[in-house]
Design a protein around this ligand. Structure first.
Ligand code: SF4
Length: 342
């Protein structure tokens, strides 16, 4: 099946008064229709900047998509697209669910009008009455009770979980080919998080839309994703099918993320593993492995040269010197949670 999205050599920088912040560095990946890709990493790893670049959603920030980057959506390069063509793609081609619905929804419009506006922007022939009927159906689809009533509510009259459901209704309103969910449950409490994830899973099956899920939590992606790519310092450091990443992770950063997932039976927060050290300085050029200062397995070569990706299968690869044929064999830590999820 042809790819619906092909990202090639994407680099994004922010130009600040202290210099260039290299948020995304030479990232390539693709997505097939109906497939789900999870992009995972700590805050500041470049995952949100990567997906914002897919829609060129940088607002007034000083973000620059670097020369040589390609974002091919149905064969058209979003990186070079005119703004008018870009508006057509936003919503009807690619829909986005943001992290915080309170700041993404318009507080001065009721939720019905916000959904209707989205529908009518992309379907100018639809009457307002039909668009309202569709908005009610969408609210029903995302599990909002009494949708005919709720449609008249303003965002502040809804709970956090309900607002996120409205955001999801807006994202799917124009039947996009790809839905991007950027940390869709981070702003919600734990029980609501589970409900929203369950809703996304149901919609994925019902709508057969391709999904990109962005999250810092490797613990939530197993049930949801077909493939996973782990990002660190603006690069993809490991990629694979979900089985490859959970059963046979090879990058020490992926090991650390898997070990950070809370284990069943954990008695206190003190037992929770957290990755030591601080995230890397994105202003520095990549002359070494950016994870080296935090890596228990770092070797002299790691501090001298940045590793390139080594393929382990058609779908699995990682950028780590441990995969080099001359590297010492190391045992990966025994507390990995991958097997728990299968
Ligand atoms: Fe650790 Fe070296 Fe692999 Fe980097 S390249 S993750 S420092 S072992």
């Amino acid at each position: 099946m042809d790819n619906i999205l092909e990202v090639k050599n994407l680099s994004v920088s922010f130009m600040s008064y202290i210099g260039e912040i290299r948020a995304v560095r030479d990232v390539s990946f693709s997505l097939k229709p109906g497939e789900t890709l999870a992009i995972v990493g700590e805050s500041g790893c470049g995952k949100t900047v990567t997906v914002k670049a897919l829609m060129r959603l940088f607002g007034n920030s000083a973000a620059v998509i670097k020369e040589g980057s390609q974002i091919l959506f149905r064969g058209q390069d979003i990186a070079k697209m005119k703004k008018t063509d870009l508006y057509n793609i936003r919503g009807s081609g690619i829909g986005m669910i943001f992290q915080d619905p309170m700041t993404s929804l318009n507080p001065t419009m009721n939720v019905g009008d916000q959904i209707v506006e989205g529908i009518r922007t992309h379907d100018q022939k639809i009457s307002r009455r039909d668009a309202i009927a569709r908005a009610v159906k969408l609210l029903e689809l995302v599990g909002i009770p009494s949708p005919e009533e709720r449609i008249k509510n303003y965002p502040h009259q809804l709970s956090g979980g309900m607002r996120q459901r409205v955001m999801i209704a807006i994202a799917i309103a124009c039947s996009p080919d790809i839905i991007i969910a950027d940390e869709p449950t981070t702003a919600l409490d734990v029980t609501i998080q589970a409900q929203v994830l369950e809703l996304l899973r149901e919609l994925k099956d019902k709508l057969n839309t391709a999904f990109i899920l962005v999250t810092h939590d490797l613990g939530i992606v197993f049930d949801f994703s077909d493939r996973i790519q782990v990002m660190y310092a603006g690069r993809i450091v490991e990629r694979g099918t979900k089985h490859e990443i959970y059963k046979n992770p090879v990058h020490p950063y992926t090991w650390a993320l898997l070990n950070s997932i809370p284990r069943r039976g954990l008695q206190s927060k003190d037992e929770l593993y957290s990755i030591k050290g601080t995230p890397p300085d994105l202003m520095l050029p990549l002359e070494s492995c950016p994870f080296a200062p935090r890596c228990d397995y770092a070797m002299p070569i790691c501090k001298a040269r940045a590793p390139q990706e080594i393929a382990l299968s058609d779908t699995h690869g990682a950028a780590c010197w441990l995969l080099h044929s001359m590297a010492p064999k190391v045992e990966r830590p025994g507390t990995l949670r991958g097997a728990d999820n299968e």
